[in-house]
Design a protein around this ligand. Structure first.
Ligand SMILES: CC(C)(COP(=O)(O)OP(=O)(O)OC[C@H]1O[C@@H](n2cnc3c(N)ncnc32)[C@H](O)[C@@H]1OP(=O)(O)O)[C@@H](O)C(=O)NCCC(=O)NCCS
Length: 176
């Protein structure tokens, strides 16, 4: 686990992180709409989740969904496609725990990095990922069709001195 995560104080909200299932989509869409000016539609979620390498996870607190993430796995990297925490529980460490799950999927000699694109104007998300040791590596010009906004490509590279432990190994059962 990364130093940034290990240093977080203990009183943070603990969440249970599990594979996303079809029934979760209603709550996930609610968080998506609260989190983004240009939210994905249900059809976009389904299209994405039906791809072979696309995986969805949710974070639950007292059996309520408070966050979710979608990512694409390839041999060399894990690419984060969508990631949000419900507004009323932000800044309580939930996003950090979700990224911690992704760190568990890194293996230095195989899948060595996590990448994502973040909107140029989404400073909170940039600060969040920077706090978790992601670095901006490239500007992607006119990346978003909806607004024409640029994106920053951010990357986190596996630390060769860290043994990453995946507590949810293997591929998920995908019912989408
Ligand atoms: C970005 C987001 C996922 C962060 O989730 P979160 O659960 O609130 O994050 P955490 O509580 O784990 O924050 C960890 C650290 O990141 C940094 N951080 C998080 N949100 C921040 C903000 N709004 N401003 C500045 N720093 C922030 C802080 O260093 C924070 O530690 P601290 O609270 O001890 O200061 C959440 O704000 C969100 O859902 N935003 C809307 C959707 C979005 O932008 N998704 C990312 C798309 S690329």
């Amino acid at each position: 686990m990364s130093v940034a995560i290990a240093e977080r104080p203990a009183e943070l909200t603990r969440v249970h992180i599990r594979w996303m299932i079809r029934r979760d989509l209603h709550d996930v869409l609610g968080i998506e709409r609260a989190g983004f000016d240009h939210p994905w539609t249900e059809g976009e979620f389904l299209h994405c989740l039906r791809q072979r390498n696309c995986i969805g996870m949710v974070a639950e607190q007292d059996e309520r969904i408070v966050g979710y993430m979608l990512y694409e796995l390839s041999k060399s990297r894990l690419h984060l496609l969508n990631f949000a925490v419900a507004p009323h529980v932000r800044r309580t460490g939930i996003g950090t725990q979700m990224v911690g799950k992704l760190f568990g999927k890194l293996h230095t000699h195989r899948r060595g990095k996590i990448t994502l694109a973040v909107r140029e104007r989404n400073l909170p998300a940039q600060l969040f990922f920077r706090a978790l040791d992601f670095k901006a590596s490239k500007v992607l010009r006119n990346y978003y069709e909806d607004s024409g906004e640029d994106a920053f490509l951010m990357e986190h590279h596996a630390d060769p001195d860290v043994e990453y432990a995946d507590d949810m190994p293997g591929e998920c059962w995908n019912e989408f």
